[in-house]
Design a protein around this ligand. Structure first.
Ligand code: BEZ
Length: 179
């Protein structure tokens, strides 16, 4: 049971724009820790099997992006999307999606996902180790709610998506606020 536990403390290797760098690729490495992302705020984190994959690009990421104001109304400060992809891939995906609200976290080595207990093999798709789909409400680094898709398994032939969808999380947040 992950509820009540702190998220793993890891260092993510991000790439950030730096206009002081000349040339066609003005980006530099910037380390960001779990504390940088999670300390002192209440956020939604969602995790998916891969950048640019169909369900993630057509529904999950755009829906979280669009519904951000409704999450804010329920006391959520930020929405993060983590995937076992490197910073170059995650940045390219964010650019292609015109993201403004959702912040992408590159877990290229899979360390965060492994320590969350959510790393699965997707060798059946040629993906290697990736994340099982889940989402969480995290308050000051502590997991408050956890939404895990059913059937956690290596080389799963299906890709369940529903429990970790933004609509389901919003419904849960609203129901608890009304209770
Ligand atoms: C999808 O998002 O549709 C997807 C994710 C992982 C593998 C294949 C498809």
């Amino acid at each position: 049971m992950l509820v009540g536990r702190k998220v793993p403390e890891v260092t993510f290797r991000t790439r950030v724009r730096d206009d002081s760098i000349e040339g066609p690729n003005p980006f530099r490495w910037e380390n960001k820790t779990s504390s940088d992302y999670f300390a002192g705020k209440r956020v939604v984190l969602f995790s998916l099997p891969g950048a640019f994959t169909p369900t993630c690009s057509t529904f999950q990421l755009p829906d979280f992006e669009r519904l951000f104001p409704e999450f804010q109304a329920e006391g959520i400060d930020d929405i993060y999307c983590v995937s076992v992809n490197d910073a170059f891939v995650m940045n390219a995906w964010g650019k292609s999606q015109n993201l403004v609200n959702v912040k992408l976290i590159p877990d290229g080595s899979g360390e965060f996902t492994r320590k969350m207990g959510m790393l699965v093999a997707k060798d059946n798709l040629g993906f290697g180790m990736r994340s099982w789909r889940y989402a969480a409400v995290i308050n000051d680094g502590v997991i408050e709610k956890f939404f895990e898709e059913e059937g956690y398994a290596d080389n799963c032939e299906t890709d369940p998506y529903g429990v970790s969808a933004p609509q389901n999380i919003l419904e849960n947040l609203r129901a608890k606020a009304a209770a």
